[in-house]
Design a protein around this ligand. Structure first.
Ligand SMILES: Cc1cc2nc3c(=O)[nH]c(=O)nc-3n(C[C@H](O)[C@H](O)[C@H](O)COP(=O)(O)OP(=O)(O)OC[C@H]3O[C@@H](n4cnc5c(N)ncnc54)[C@H](O)[C@@H]3O)c2cc1C
Length: 434
């Protein structure tokens, strides 16, 4: 049975210096408690990758001076691109009042900057420290074990990301199955700022976030992403791991196919590959929430599978759940109660916030989309065929073309399939609005 060494004892230990962990740690420090933030990487962000967008509301809630970080570009244009085999149709949203909703920044810069701020506010930061396991005494989490030593705390906040060996060790989460996660793959391609601004139609250092469906991703539960940095473009995709496994598709081949599509090829033409990375993304979802706390421990961020994949929101869920975990720890100190009876407050905070409200809203949506994923490519193809007719002036009368289009629309897909797709669309709307 482990004996607590008082020299190695602090109030709170946070494992993982990603967006969830740093937010938890700085919240605890602001409340006047001693907190150690443990990170396995040699600097925060060194082990982390993502698409590229941080949401300003969450950044500002944790660090009001977030604009001092090395932001690449604020997202001024948001585009959705429907791909067919060769063509593309783009829907773009732009508004002067929307300019500061989100920004693109590299994780190496963002995570490191956040940790620097947290250290200034009293967080003790321990990089290069891999937590091997949690220390348990009488069924309660009382500390962490690293390769070198044991450290003790009244509360351990688990923010070790999607794989979360620690949440699994204490039975809060089950082992990951392919259907629980998406695989994200991404390349960073160097281009000059002038070329980026010209190709994306950006002015004044603005940025673009794009989501792509269909084309090479057709029939898969998958979405492409393109984000603009200052002098590079991130091109990637997220795809259900189960789809990759069942259909024996290699993720980098899918990304290559996406890069060869004329829409993407034109954007990255002449660019130089700077970086390739891959990472799992929790599929998330209200129905898959793990147990979020136990005696002496709270789980947040990806470790708790808190992601809204429909909107590509993960970092804001991580930061705000980390903040709630920190607040819950502070309240536990006020009551001197570190049992789950007290730590259940964490779940209530999540329930009362956009985090579990949004996950509940989308709780059946992901399943409906997954079941009809093989229809997405059909409709993106048809949208492009429609716009081809609509925009072509070739001396041939339009009515005949529209009749042919309508006939093909119904002939190429059985009435039963069309009905199921329509029903799925209505169900998605109903599920969101109910
Ligand atoms: C391809 C891709 C694109 C994405 N795009 C976006 C996007 O554009 N916007 C968005 O909001 N979200 C996006 N996400 C999701 C987002 O990246 C995550 O939701 C977010 O990073 C979760 O933060 P976290 O702190 O919970 O976990 P992480 O960021 O994974 O941090 C966990 C930290 O714990 C450390 N760690 C792990 N195990 C240990 C251990 N045993 N001991 C010590 N340290 C440990 C790791 O090194 C890491 O620093 C994307 C994800 C992927 C994969």
């Amino acid at each position: 049975m482990p004996e607590e060494n008082q020299q190695n004892k602090t109030d709170v230990i946070v494992v993982g210096a990603g967006p969830a962990g740093v937010s938890a740690a700085v919240t605890v420090a602001r409340g006047g408690k001693k907190v150690v933030l443990v990170e396995r990487g040699n600097f925060a962000g060194s082990k982390n990758m993502y698409g590229g967008v941080i949401y300003s509301h969450a950044a500002a809630e944790i660090f009001s001076n977030y604009k001092e970080a090395s932001i690449e570009r604020f997202v001024s244009n948001h585009s959705y691109v429907l791909l067919s085999e060769t063509d593309s149709t783009t829907i773009s949203y732009k508004s002067p009042s929307h300019n500061e909703n989100a920004f693109v920044i590299t994780r190496a810069n963002w995570d490191r900057w956040c940790v620097e701020q947290a250290v200034k506010e009293g967080v003790y930061y321990a990089p290069n420290t891999l937590v091997r396991e949690l220390i348990i005494k009488d069924g309660k989490v009382i500390g962490i074990r690293t390769d070198i030593e044991e450290y003790y705390a009244d509360i351990v906040i688990i923010a070790d990301g999607v794989n979360s060996l620690l949440a699994r060790q204490i039975g809060l989460r089950k082992d990951l199955r392919p259907k629980d996660v998406f695989l994200g793959v991404k390349e960073v391609i160097k281009l000059s700022p002038e070329v980026i601004e010209q190709r994306f139609g950006l002015g004044n250092g603005g940025g673009c976030a794009m989501e792509l469906v269909g084309g090479p991703l057709k029939n898969l539960f998958a979405m492409g992403i393109i984000y603009t940095n200052k002098d590079s473009v991130a091109v990637g995709l997220g795809v259900a791991l189960e789809d990759l496994k069942n259909r024996k598709i290699k993720p980098y081949e899918l990304l290559e196919a996406m890069k060869k599509h004329s829409f993407v090829a034109d954007i990255i033409e002449g660019g130089e590959l700077a970086e390739y990375s891959a990472h799992l993304i929790p599929e998330g979802g209200y129905n898959r929430l793990p147990q979020l706390y136990t005696d002496g421990a709270i789980v947040c961020g990806d470790a708790a599978m808190l992601v809204n994949n429909v909107h590509f929101e993960g970092t804001n869920f991580a930061m705000i759940s980390g903040k709630f975990a920190g607040e819950t720890a502070l309240e536990a100190f006020e009551k001197s109660d570190f049992t789950k009876n007290q730590l259940c407050l964490y779940r209530k905070k999540l329930e009362n916030s956009f985090i579990l409200k949004d996950l509940r809203t989308y709780k059946d949506v992901v399943k409906t989309i997954t079941n009809r994923a093989n229809s997405i490519g059909y409709y993106t193809q048809k949208v492009n065929e429609f716009f081809e007719i609509f925009t072509t002036a070739d001396g041939i009368e339009k009515k005949g073309k529209f009749k042919k289009f309508a006939k093909h629309f119904f002939m190429k897909r059985s009435l039963a399939e069309l009905f199921k797709d329509g029903f799925a669309g209505i169900k998605v709307m109903f599920d969101i609005l109910k």
